[in-house]
Design a protein around this ligand. Structure first.
Ligand SMILES: NC(=O)c1ccc[n+]([C@@H]2O[C@H](COP(=O)([O-])OP(=O)(O)OC[C@H]3O[C@@H](n4cnc5c(N)ncnc54)[C@H](OP(=O)(O)O)[C@@H]3O)[C@@H](O)[C@H]2O)c1
Length: 228
């Protein structure tokens, strides 16, 4: 039986966390659709079987976002601007305005669940990462819009604020979840962030809450739902 019945739109599916979101959706037998900037990159990563599941576009363009929504019941957003490349759009355009636009169009299109991957430290304006276009503050503004839109009755959000992202296999570490942006440092595998994003759709303890998450000691996990 599918733990989540509707289709999930993965935004930023070809990113390093997004790829794991797709793999964990497949693992849980959940239907998905992908919003990507490059169809070629998506086919290279996921194979020809995703060809009917792709919408190509940018989070900067409302019409392209609308085209991706289809009958999505949920959105998992794993996008992030490239803050170190001066030629890329700034965090104000992607992590703030892009996320706000995505959340609004999702709600208008009938999406009920919104899961946003954000970052540890977003509530700390003096954080060193903010020297890159105020990226953390921009992410907080994106978060605020998701909370505003999806905390209404009949809707649900989960915001995940991971520590530094690394690239190991999923379910290989105990995790530490917190709320209130009190964790100052830590790392976590993108694969575990992706698993947390996917299971938050069908884990009531995850609904309408914002979590920070980092990894603890190495230890095989059969599930990570208990950390919510
Ligand atoms: N790096 C860290 O240590 C760290 C720590 C905490 C939180 N985070 C946050 O966690 C999230 C995931 O990180 P990650 O390392 O997996 O990111 P990533 O590999 O850089 O992937 C970012 C994704 O965003 C997509 N994207 C960027 N601009 C877009 C646009 N205009 N329209 C549509 N998609 C767009 C990219 O598309 P393409 O595939 O086409 O490039 C890519 O798929 C990000 O929000 C990041 O800021 C990162």
């Amino acid at each position: 039986m599918k733990p989540f019945k509707g289709s999930v739109l993965v935004v930023g599916a070809t990113g390093r966390t997004g790829v794991w979101v797709v793999k964990r959706l497949q693992h849980h037998h959940i239907d998905f659709h992908l919003f990507v900037r490059s169809g070629e990159k998506a086919l290279e990563l996921f194979g020809p079987e995703v060809i009917d599941k792709l919408t190509i576009g940018s989070i900067e363009h409302p019409e392209e976002i609308k085209a991706a929504m289809g009958h999505a019941e949920a959105v998992i957003c794993a996008i992030g601007g490239n803050v170190t490349d001066p030629k890329s759009p700034p965090p104000s355009a992607i992590d703030r305005d892009g996320v706000k636009r995505l959340a609004l169009i999702a709600k208008e299109s009938g999406v009920k669940y919104f899961v946003l991957i954000s970052s540890l430290g977003v509530t700390k304006p003096d954080h060193p990462l903010n020297k890159y276009g105020q990226v953390l503050t921009m992410k907080l503004e994106g978060e605020n819009e998701v909370r505003r839109l999806f905390s209404e009755p009949g809707y649900s959000y989960t915001i995940l604020r991971p520590g530094g992202l690394i690239d190991g296999p999923p379910m290989n570490h105990a995790l530490h979840f917190d709320t209130g942006d009190r964790i100052s440092t830590g790392v976590i595998d993108r694969s575990d962030v992706a698993e947390a994003a996917v299971i938050s759709l069908f884990t009531p303890e995850a609904h309408n809450l914002t979590f920070e998450l980092i990894q603890a000691e190495q230890a095989k996990q059969s599930s990570i739902s208990q950390y919510f």
